[in-house]
Ligand binder design. Structure first.
Ligand code: DI6
Ligand code: FE
Length: 412
């Protein structure tokens, strides 16, 4: 094996750095797993070029995409519920009849950890083939200590097996498991006293989430979970104001939550609370589309208040069976009225913030992790404009090309 050059060069590329597109062709130099330099290509000398291995010339580079809200680990599917909804049943009706989340709970409990891995892997690979380099994965279909741990272990194992960064979130408070039927407070006790401490002890969760909704848990119940998480030093986030306004967002703001997600029913006070606490608003247009919602999240108010907006798939078997983050860019623009640039920021720097990783991921600059994508497009806006798989030319994860190949045949 010959010694490999220490520096790699992406030359004359259009760079979206996480907040804006540089107006001139840029040169990106990577050494080891980090970006060493990001400068206008015209400023790179012939000697500097000669000292690098050329990985590509031309194309558009964005930070690696970050899907900051998914329920990717699950077993089975809920196609029958899709048919029921098309015939008029609502998501809440199906949940009340014991279907919905609880039907996936039954499938996850029956699956082994290896089976969960095998069923989840293709979904994760689909996200990766669409440019995702970091993904958040929630538990919440186990709802017993043993089954929640199984889900979280499966998610962590996928992160070790594949070139993708996996962050895990404990979502024990997702639905009431059948063995606690009629006793939601007893289940919250179980979460706070037994499940959360064990999950934290095992080091299997980066954050704690709750589903605050009339079909799930009340703000008072969510608050108890937040208190327990805070005692254990785990950051919190919330599924809030998706189907009704429970004022969960304002509650989460009091716990300095990372994000509040969904937000179709968010009111002015909720927007103000988010702005005040510095939370991220995570928009989930796949769930909005799937459930044929009509009430829009208050995008102009969020924008006006300076609340950073992330965009994610919410990939799950019920309310958003969609595992393509670039599709969400289009839906966020078309359905919610975010601009294409806001949408791309929503899957890069704002998504990083939603995971507590601002300044580390989702941006391209000297010193940052070299997680990025090279696309066969001319303008980053095209990522939101066209729903077109196959445009990812290279996916670079921690400085290594993990999709595509060096393309140095076009040396100028
Ligand atoms: N909100 C969602 O969008 C998912 N969970 C949640 O709390 C839906 C999960 C499912 O239907 O399986
Ligand atoms: Fe969700």
């Amino acid at each position: 094996m010959g010694a490999s050059p220490t520096r790699q060069l992406w030359d004359r590329v259009t760079v979206f750095d996480g907040s804006r597109t540089w107006p001139q062709p840029m040169a990106v130099i990577v050494s080891d797993e980090r970006i060493e330099r990001l400068i206008p290509a015209s400023e790179l000398s012939a000697d500097q070029r000669a000292g690098c291995e050329l990985m590509a010339s031309g194309g558009v580079i964005t930070p690696g995409l970050i899907d900051c809200h998914t329920h990717l680990v699950f077993a089975g599917h809920r196609a029958a519920e899709f048919e029921q909804r098309l015939e008029g049943a609502s998501y809440a009706d199906i949940a009340a009849a014991g279907g919905g989340i609880l039907s996936t709970v039954r499938a996850v409990r029956a699956a082994s950890e290896d089976e969960l891995l095998d069923q989840t892997r293709p979904r994760l690979q689909a996200l990766m083939a669409d440019g995702v380099t970091t993904v958040e994965i929630k538990s919440g279909y186990g709802l017993s200590l043993e089954d929640e741990l199984k889900m979280l272990r499966a998610a962590c194992r996928l992160g070790r097996e594949l070139p993708v960064r996996v962050l895990t979130t404990f979502l024990g408070a997702h639905a009431l498991p059948p063995e606690f039927s009629g006793r939601p407070d007893a289940y919250i006790d179980e979460i706070c006293e037994r499940m959360l401490p064990a999950v934290a002890e095992a080091g299997l969760a980066d954050a704690v989430d709750v589903f605050c909704e009339h079909i799930a848990f009340s703000p008072a119940q969510c608050e108890r979970v937040f208190q327990a998480a805070t005692r254990l030093g785990l950051p919190v986030k919330i599924h809030a104001e998706q189907l009704s306004n429970q004022h969960g967002t304002a509650l989460a703001a009091r716990f300095s939550a990372l994000s509040a997600d969904h937000l179709e029913w968010l009111d002015e006070a909720g927007v103000a609370a988010m702005a005040e606490s510095g939370m991220v608003a995570t928009l989930l247009p796949g769930a909005f589309l799937t459930l044929k919602e009509t009430r829009l999240p208050p995008i102009p108010a969020l924008r006006e208040a300076g609340v950073p907006m992330a965009v994610a798939t919410d990939g799950n078997p019920g309310s958003s069976p969609m595992f393509q983050l670039t599709l969400m860019l289009n839906l966020a623009c078309t359905l919610f009225g975010v601009t294409p640039t806001e949408a791309v920021q929503g899957v890069t720097r704002h998504a990083a913030r939603a995971l507590g990783l601002q300044g580390q991921l989702g941006e391209l600059a000297a010193g940052k992790m070299a997680d990025f994508c090279l696309w066969r497009i001319d303008d980053p806006v095209e990522l939101a404009y066209a729903v077109q798989p196959g445009r990812l030319q290279q996916r670079v994860f921690a400085g290594e090309i993990t999709h595509g190949a060096p393309d140095s045949g076009v040396t100028p």
